[in-house]
Design a protein around this ligand. Structure first.
Ligand SMILES: [Zn+2]
Length: 464
């Protein structure tokens, strides 16, 4: 009996050794470069590797460990590069890339009323939204963004173009008081939004959301109807809140001295999975309210700087435990969708405001563009870091340029020196969307040509 047992134990031991030594077959191994995981322990492996099977990361670690444990049909060599989680843009209006540079250096109200609203009134269509989203997706993929949040019109077209490009999106149909291209009334907008949610409810790449434009472009009834729709389907709410001082003043005047955040509290708007865009003009009481409702904030430093909207109190949000992600906002107020710039501006802007160079360090800026961006959008269990079990959304950043040589700290380079143009290869859900700068999911010349065509319509619309 004793002999049999030990014999059995020996066999089990031998089997387990064999299991350990025989490398497991996976689809892809990304290996050789420095892997900045942004995982719970903030592990960095150099040289590191990521093993991917199907849509999922199966292991991340030192390159030698991964080579011993896995073999792959496809190897992506990342020697001389930094591998990071795909960047997450928590706020944008993708098709507005077609209005990039149309009007600059104007106050928000003048910019909106003289240029953007007239251009939109005359040019937003299904075709325009499709062309704009393709252009935006091209720019985002080329600069390392793998997931983005969007608020615009004909959002179903944006979702289709996003899926076709292979990107991930948290997309909300805009609900707004005045007549717009896809809805004459907020009620029509809500009905379109509901149909949109149903169409994409089970999608692997698209998370449908509700996007009431703002507390100043919707009345209480329609704000609450937007919230009710989100609650009915358990989807996120995306809304612009407290972007400018003008908005703050108007809110106080219209709502018995209440800030936009306090006003939304007073009507019972706040609820789960809510992301406010900008959140610049908030006080300590507002921050406390947002924290108590677990509302996340999308911080858009470049748009806020360009429109002179102000500086969001990001250190205060973080100290209070509010989740903050980074965004670009639409390209018309940025003027690009490069999340490397968003990281750099976020890191620099708060140092200037606080007079403290320790404010928003590089590590925090990178987290806001990755894991905190994922948390902002409620996707932290699936994306935002490179770790086993998460979706394979990753970006390979070349460090071959003079600008990125030498390297002492990869996180410092990612935030303070890298550009979107340094991105070489991009993968979403285990699928390579761009390899060595070659687009695999979008026909780049066709996308650019189509965008140029729309510029003629836009010029005619604003008389330029
Ligand atoms: Zn916006």
């Amino acid at each position: 009996m004793r002999f049999l047992l030990s014999c059995g134990a020996l066999a089990a031991f031998a089997a387990s050794m064999a299991a350990q030594t025989a490398p497991r077959q996976v689809a892809t191994i990304v290996a050789g470069g420095t892997v900045v995981t942004v995982d719970g322990a903030r592990n960095i492996y150099s040289p590191g590797a990521v093993a991917i099977d199907g849509t999922t990361i199966v292991a991340v670690g030192p390159a030698a460990d991964i080579a011993a444990r896995f073999k792959a049909a496809e190897q992506i060599d990342t020697v001389g590069s930094i591998v990071i989680p795909g960047l997450i843009n928590t706020h944008g209006h993708a098709p507005m890339v077609l209005y990039r540079g149309l009007a600059d250096d104007l106050r928000l109200q003048e910019w909106l009323e003289k240029y953007i609203f007239p251009a939109e009134a005359k040019t937003v269509s299904r075709e325009m939204v499709r062309a704009g989203t393709r252009l935006a997706a091209l720019e985002m993929i080329q600069s390392g963004t793998t997931a983005y949040a969007d608020m615009y019109y004909f959002e179903e077209e944006i979702a289709r173009a996003t899926k076709a490009a292979g990107m991930r999106g948290v997309l909300g149909q805009t609900i707004i008081q005045f007549p717009v291209a896809d809805a004459k009334t907020p009620q029509e907008g809500l009905a379109r939004n509901e149909a949109f949610i149903k169409e994409f409810a089970k999608d692997d790449l698209i998370v449908p959301a509700v996007a009431p434009h703002s507390p100043y472009t919707l009345d209480a009834k329609d704000l609450l109807a937007s919230r009710a729709l989100a609650t009915k389907y358990g989807v996120p709410v995306l809304i612009h809140v407290a972007e400018t001082e003008t908005e703050l003043g108007a809110s106080k005047k219209a709502h018995a001295g209440m800030s936009p955040v306090a006003y939304l509290q007073s009507i019972g708007f706040w609820g789960p999975r809510t992301v406010i865009k900008h959140g610049v003009w908030v006080d300590a009481a507002d921050i406390k309210l947002l924290r108590s409702h677990e509302v996340s904030v999308s911080h858009n430093p470049e748009s806020n700087m360009k429109l002179a909207s102000g500086i969001a109190p990001v250190p205060e949000y973080l100290a209070a435990g509010v989740t903050v992600g980074l965004g670009t906002d639409g390209a018309a107020s940025n003027n690009d969708l490069d999340m490397f710039e968003a990281m750099r501006f976020a890191a620099l802007l708060h140092k200037v405001k606080t007079g403290d160079p320790r404010a928003v360090p590089a590590k925090t800026a990178l987290e806001m563009a990755t894991i905190q961006g994922a948390r902002t959008l409620g996707l932290e269990s699936a994306i935002g870091s490179l770790e086993a079990g998460k979706r394979a959304d990753l970006v390979v950043v070349s460090t071959a340029s003079a600008r990125l040589t030498p390297i002492y700290d990869p996180v410092s380079h990612l935030v303070y020196a890298a550009h979107g143009g340094d991105v070489r290869t991009v993968m979403v859900n285990g699928r390579v969307l761009m390899r060595d700068r070659k687009m695999l999911t979008l026909d780049e010349p066709a996308v650019l040509a189509e965008a140029r065509k729309f510029a003629d319509l836009v010029r005619a619309a604003v008389g330029r």
